[in-house]
Every structure is written in structure tokens, then in C-alpha cells.
Design a protein around this ligand. Structure first.
Ligand code: ATP
Ligand code: MG
Length: 451
């Protein structure tokens, strides 16, 4: 058997057995290990009641006691253990109104979402229990709802989104009846909480190909409910070096962004959302998308507010989208490169390159030539210029606001900021000017033109 178990799980199972109960590993840990992947966390199920589990272990947190789940802490790790249960009626499309505990493992496995998630493993006996045919579906690469799909998706709308997420995570197909079930239960998607959907988005962004999920969202009708802004990009054709419509381009860019950087992944998915709104056909027959970056930032902001993205993540993603359009050529002067650095901000620079790279890769299925769009040359020049240690922000200037007030006699206020900005512009043009004497001289001259 290819299932590896941490010593703590064995200990938990032995303690439960000595007390006269059974326990099984279930869900993701069994599924992923049968696929040869490593387990992310270890969930167990048992016929013991939550209060019995609580009395058997020293550190137990009643995390979801109403639903039979407690968390055992052992050697600084946590293990969720849920009492076998039968779920009652789901009247709100999210949670069962009532649950009943049972001693029957098969009943517990039946209330789970997909066959591949309903395989139980007896740790002590090294034996699998698979009454829903999960192992066969794992081998075939299929996501299949347990029981009657339509009923299962009617019970809980999140399952539809989970199905698509697992398709990306495991590179699996969703079985036809299951797709059909999702399509017939779209009405309860709107009742899902923003937080649960956001968690699913985050998990999708960590997979190798988020596009698999988004294509499935599109195919099932989920997309126009959760991300109508993205759905609107389908069929919006582009010209020039673009082989794909805006929808396809966004998905390909998202896939091309690194899986361990969800900021760049989200920025890639959103960076052209403004295109449908600003698309224009010129007299020369050429399509243009003027100002689409501003429109994309606005639309992305709406989406991220809706799903309650953390504030700092949102700011970062918006900034990346805002600056995603740069077209480096050999013509750029050093001053132009310094202005580029000033605009991007140093802590965003790497991510901004990654987004540009993903954007370029998402334009065509042909292999991208090295140094396409001069990205490699730009990185080298930025590197050289950063080495020189020049001023890129007002804070880096050899004078500050106080110095300006003293030398110009202005009482302070917005004019001081205007002067500092002017000084920075001068220094970006010619870094040699960044010394106190020179800057104060420029400040005095410039201040005389302001009144
Ligand atoms: P991962 O941890 O990678 O998201 P997982 O399968 O472990 O995958 P969890 O959300 O940790 O997912 O849930 C553990 C198990 O609980 C699942 O494998 C499944 O058997 C069951 N489960 C989770 N969510 C649902 C749901 N909405 N409906 C039915 N069963 C569910
Ligand atoms: Mg899990």
C-alpha cells in the first residue's frame, strides 16, 4: 500500500481502538497518496462521539462540534476527526439543517461529495474501504458525484466549485452526469459566502493550470455567476500578436504565471478585463483598446471587494495591472529606464516582470523567443541602473521638505511637494544633480515660477 502515515495518526488510531472504537483516514490524504502525491493534511473519521474523543486526548479543540468535528493537537500538528454522520435535509443550499451520528462507515462515506474523496483507510489494519468506487475513478482521472449528482449539488452549492477546483488540482475530467448535475443546480451558487469562494480561488491559483477550472466554470455556467466580468471577455477578438480572444488570453496568461505567486496569478487573470468596455474599431480597420489598463484596475477592484481580498493583496494586484503595459526598446534612454523604476516601485519590480512574461506567453501557443519584447534587456538595464544607487523617489533626494521651506521661504503646504517632484524629475534626467547645493539652486529658481 502506498499510504504513508505520520506516527501521530497511528497513535491517535491506537488510542481510539483501545477505547473500543474505530477510526479511518479519509478524504484528501488518502486520495492524494493513492495518486502518488504527498498528503497536505490528515483528516480522520470515527464511530466515537465528539465528547468521547475529547475525553481520550489531552489537547482537543471543539472546532466544529455541531457537525461532529474536533481537532486533536499532537506534537504541534493538528488532526481533524469527525464522527460518522448522516446529513439531514439541506434547505439553504449550504449546510444540512440537522445531522445524525451513525456507527456505519458506509453511510458516512455516502454523504461526502465525490467518489475520489470517499475512500477510507484503516491505518492499523492497512486496509481500504471504498464502497463508492473511488479508486477506479482515481485511476481513470474522473470526478464523479456520489449518488444522484443533481441532489448532491442542490444540497451544497460549493460542491460545484469544488468539482472544478479538483479538476485543476488533479488534472481530472468531470464525468458527464456530474456536469449535468452542476448545470441544473446553478441557482444556489449565489447564496455562497464570499469567503468560501475566495478560498476556492486561492486553491485554484496554486494549481498548475487554473485555466482548467475557469474553462469548466464557463462550460457549466458558473462563471457568469461568480465572475461575470471574465465571462464577458469570451469572443472579444484582438489583433496584432494576439492569437486568442481576451478570455482565452487571460486564462493562458494566468497559467503562465508562477503557481507559487497568487498575486501575479490574479493580476494575470484580471489584467485585460477592461478590454471589452474600451474596444474600438478605427477607420483604418484596426482594433484598439485605449486605456484598458485603467478600466481593468477598476473592474478588478470590484471583483476583489466582492470576494473580500485582503487589502494589501488588493493594492498589489491593482498596481501590477495598472503598470502591465510597458514596451521596452533599445531607444529607451537611461532617464527613461530610471522613470520606469520610479513608476513601478522596487518591491513590485520582480512581480511586474513576471506578469509581463505571463502576458507575453499568453498571446500565442508558439514558443516565445528569448528576449521577446526586450524583457531580458530591460531587466539587465534596470539591474545596472539600480547598481548606480541613484534617487528614484522623493525620499532619495539630497534635500527634504524642511530644506525647501528654509531656502524658498514658502510656509509649507502643497507647493513644497510640487517642488520636490520637480527636483526628482531633474534628478531622473541627470542623477549628478542630486546634491544639496545644486538642488536648492534648482528649487529656488523653480519656486520663483510658482506663485
Ligand atoms: P483539500 O484539503 O485538498 O482541499 P480534501 O478532500 O481534504 O481536499 P477538505 O475540504 O479538507 O477537502 O474536506 C475533507 C473531506 O470532507 C473531503 O475529502 C470530502 O470527503 C468531505 N467534504 C469536504 N467538503 C465537502 C462538501 N462540501 N460536501 C461533501 N463532502 C465534503
Ligand atoms: Mg483536507
Amino acid at each position: 500500500m502506498r499510504i504513508k502515515i505520520p506516527e501521530e495518526v497511528r497513535t491517535i488510531s491506537s488510542v481510539i481502538k483501545r477505547a473500543g472504537f474505530r477510526s479511518y483516514l479519509v478524504g484528501g490524504a488518502v486520495r492524494d497518496q493513492l495518486l502518488g502525491l504527498s498528503a497536505k493534511d490528515y483528516d480522520l473519521c470515527t464511530d466515537a462521539r465528539p465528547e468521547e474523543i475529547m475525553s481520550l486526548f489531552r489537547k482537543v479543540i471543539p472546532t466544529g462540534i455541531k457537525h461532529g468535528t474536533v481537532t486533536i493537537l499532537l506534537n504541534k500538528q493538528s488532526y481533524e476527526i469527525t464522527t460518522f454522520r448522516i446529513d439531514g435535509i439541506y434547505s439553504d443550499g449550504r449546510r444540512p439543517d440537522k445531522i445524525a451520528f451513525t456507527d456505519d462507515l458506509t453511510e458516512d462515506l455516502k454523504r461526502r461529495d465525490f467518489t475520489i474523496n470517499s475512500i477510507a483507510y484503516d491505518v492499523l489494519e492497512n486496509k481500504l474501504y471504498d464502497p463508492n468506487g473511488g479508486e477506479a475513478d482515481l485511476k481513470a482521472g474522473i470526478i464523479r458525484a456520489i449518488g444522484i449528482p443533481e441532489e448532491r449539488f442542490r444540497e451544497d452549492g460549493l460542491r460545484s466549485i469544488r468539482a472544478c477546483r479538483f479538476a485543476s488540482q488533479l488534472n481530472f475530467k468531470i464525468e458527464d452526469e456530474t456536469i449535468h448535475g452542476i448545470r441544473n443546480c446553478l441557482y444556489n451558487i449565489k447564496d455562497l459566502s464570499a469567503e468560501r469562494i475566495y478560498e476556492e480561488f486561492l486553491k485554484i491559483m496554486k494549481t498548475e493550470r487554473p485555466s482548467l477550472s475557469f474553462h469548466l466554470f464557463q462550460k457549466t455556467g458558473i462563471l457568469s455567476l461568480i465572475l461575470p466580468e471574465l465571462s464577458l471577455c469570451a469572443g472579444v477578438t484582438q489583433k496584432g500578436s494576439h492569437d486568442f480572444d481576451v478570455f482565452e488570453h487571460l486564462l493562458r496568461s494566468c497559467d503562465a504565471a508562477p503557481a507559487d505567486n497568487s498575486d501575479v496569478r490574479f493580476a494575470a487573470l484580471f489584467h485585460d478585463l477592461g478590454k471589452p468596455a474600451v474596444k474600438c474599431l478605427g477607420e483604418d480597420g484596426i482594433v484598439t483598446f485605449y486605456n484598458h489598463e485603467n478600466e481593468s484596475v477598476r473592474i478588478a477592484e470590484g471583483i476583489m471587494n466582492r470576494y473580500r481580498f485582503p487589502k494589501n493583496k488588493m493594492t498589489r494586484i491593482q498596481q501590477l495591472i495598472q503598470n502591465h503595459m510597458f514596451h521596452y526598446t533599445d531607444e529607451w534612454t537611461d532617464a527613461a529606464v530610471r522613470r520606469f523604476i520610479r513608476k513601478i516601485e522596487l518591491s513590485y519590480l520582480e512581480d511586474q516582470y513576471l506578469l509581463r512574461q505571463a502576458d507575453i506567453e499568453g498571446m500565442s501557443s508558439d514558443p516565445i523567443p528569448e528576449n521577446y519584447y526586450g524583457l531580458r534587456d530591460l531587466k539587465l538595464r534596470v539591474g545596472d541602473i539600480l547598481q548606480e544607487g541613484n534617487a528614484f523617489t522623493v525620499r532619495d533626494l539630497a534635500v527634504n521638505g524642511k530644506d525647501i521651506i528654509t531656502s524658498t521661504g514658502f510656509p509649507g503646504g502643497p507647493k513644497v511637494g510640487i517642488i520636490l517632484d520637480f527636483l526628482l524629475e531633474s534628478v531622473l534626467d541627470d542623477p549628478r544633480q542630486n546634491n544639496r547645493e545644486k538642488l536648492l539652486e534648482i528649487a529656488e529658481r523653480y519656486s520663483a515660477t510658482l506663485d
